[in-house]
Design a protein around this ligand. Structure first.
Ligand code: AHR
Length: 500
């Protein structure tokens, strides 16, 4: 089986914003506590942060990190997480049926981010709070001194402002599970008022308004239209969220999840551009795809099982999905979809970072390890070049129950003066595919190096006991011909090919 790709560096999608390689840390399960923060751990630094986790986060190559939620944020009082730790309240976390100790808050998280070298993207609570609290946390985070909240930060030992640029106006306000779940009209009004007020403090903030929690929501499309019509002038991004899992053993559809992500993004762009036309606006709305991943939601119902409110646990094991090779290939294809839309998807957050549907797992007092999904992320973040290219891809197709006929191979190319890097997936469950790439427009290609993630057992995963069961392997099949490069893609595989 063969697929054919033509690359021409003159046909560009646009620059790839590094914020595309963002992630997400929520106060959920063991993401924060016993994840990034474990004071008693042998590798803990003076602030209680695990150094082994910091090293893995750096290796993963994440840019912006969204915090502190997620569903958690809709019941959160940000002030609980500042000041002397022994005076911080323990609170019920209704989103995850847990007890929140507030030992980590904005200042500690900003300190951790300095260590990993990532940017903070902060979500305000518009589920159960409003404009005033959003203004308070903005003042606390970004103003120098001389006013109440800024002075409180200084008094808490943080003389320099955190200078947070990106702010989310609530989280998944279209979802009936969300505390303070709202109609599009009511949410849009609150978001617009909050955005306008925040901009009085700093007109240059980058604000993200809530889009739909998934393209499957009944209100999808209408939600975006109503929300954008009210907020278009005062926000910079609309959010998208999407999680994928197989239905039974329909792996063919699961492998085509990127097709669904492409359609989702295209639909949001169409809606945003229609609002732009109606409003006669010169501004183009971008997308912050600030939650995406493979998530076995149907397999994990632990939250519902935590019932007795008197004993809601601290940092329970929740949403600790173990990712297979199959999952990692789908995951890699989602990154391909995001890069393909780099002109409009200018920020994205892999949900989440540690322990909770995460590329990095930890054992309390023990080791930290990389899940299969760690590799497509780290290699894409490391090897993606500055500009996404438009491609001409001719691939055989196959039928899926969920998305109809879809290409067997998907790919995206990125380019800069140093060369071209192609990311590709083969969705076939049975056959390898030879990918022929017409490289004539690139000039002479001197080197072609490929790395692939695949395995005879597509359900193989990394565990505490076998941490390196699945790792990417050099793919020695890449050949340079006269104006072409060929590479063989194994069945159910993700590949990165670097041309120099
Ligand atoms: O990432 C897990 C949860 O998924 C988030 O808290 C919520 O925003 C989404 O529904």
């Amino acid at each position: 089986i063969r697929a054919h790709l033509t690359i021409d560096p003159h046909f560009t999608v646009g620059p790839i914003n590094r914020r595309l390689f963002g992630s997400f840390v929520e106060h959920l399960g063991r993401c924060v506590y016993d994840g990034i923060y474990e004071p008693g751990h042998p590798t803990a630094d003076e602030n209680g942060f695990r150094r082994d986790v910091v090293d893995l986060v750096k290796e993963l190559g994440v840019s912006t990190i969204r915090y502190p939620g997620g569903n958690f944020v809709s019941g959160y009082r940000w002030e609980d997480g500042i000041g002397p730790r022994d005076q911080r309240p323990r609170r019920l976390d209704l989103a995850w049926h847990s007890t929140e100790t507030n030992q980590i808050g904005l200042d500690e998280f900003a300190t951790w981010l300095e260590g990993v070298g990532s940017e903070l993207m902060y979500a305000v609570n518009l589920g159960t709070r409003g404009v005033l609290e959003a203004l308070d946390v903005l003042e606390y985070a970004n103003l120098e001194s001389g006013t109440y909240w800024a002075d409180r930060r200084v008094a808490n030992g943080r003389p320099e402002p955190h200078n947070i640029r990106m702010w989310c106006l609530g989280n998944e306000m279209d979802g009936p599970w969300q505390l303070g779940h709202s109609t599009p009209e009511a949410y849009a009004q609150l978001a617009a008022t909050t955005a306008a007020a925040m901009r009085q403090i700093d007109p240059g903030l980058e604000l993200v308004v809530c889009g739909s929690s998934s393209a499957q929501m009944e209100t999808f499309g209408e939600w975006e239209r109503v929300v954008l019509e009210k907020t278009y002038d005062c926000v910079d991004y609309i959010s998208c969220h999407a999680y994928y899992e197989p239905e039974g053993d329909d792996f063919g559809s699961f492998l085509a999840s990127g097709v669904n992500m492409d359609r989702f993004i295209d639909a949001v762009i169409a809606t945003a551009d229609s609002v732009k036309a109606v409003l006669r606006s010169d501004k183009t709305m971008n997308i912050s795809f600030d939650e995406w991943n493979v998530w076995y939601q149907s397999r994990y119902q632990e939250v519902e099982r935590i019932t007795d409110v008197q004993t809601w646990p601290v940092a329970p094991r929740l949403l600790e999905d173990s990712y297979s090779v199959l999952d990692a290939v789908v995951f890699g294809s989602l990154l391909i979809s995001l890069i393909r839309h780099a002109d409009r998807v200018t920020a994205a957050s892999l949900a989440q970072l540690v322990n909770v549907i995460a590329p990095i797992m930890t054992e309390p007092g023990g080791q930290a390890w990389r899940q299969t999904t760690f590799y497509p992320f780290s290699l894409t973040s490391k090897l993606a070049r500055a500009t996404a290219l438009e491609l001409k891809l001719d691939s055989p197709t196959y039928d899926t129950a969920r998305y109809g006929e879809v290409p067997l191979v998907d790919a995206v190319a990125t380019h800069d003066d140093g060369g071209t890097t192609i990311f590709a997936v083969n969705r076939s469950l049975t056959d390898e595919v030879t990918l022929e790439i017409d490289t004539r427009a690139l000039g002479e290609v001197e080197s072609a190096q490929a790395t692939s993630l695949f395995d005879d057992d597509i359900h193989a995963a990394n565990t505490l006991a076998r941490q390196d069961r699945v790792v990417p392997r050099p793919n020695g099949s890449a050949r340079i011909g006269d104006g072409t490069v060929t590479v063989t893609l194994p069945p159910v595989s993700w590949t990165v090919l670097t041309l120099g």
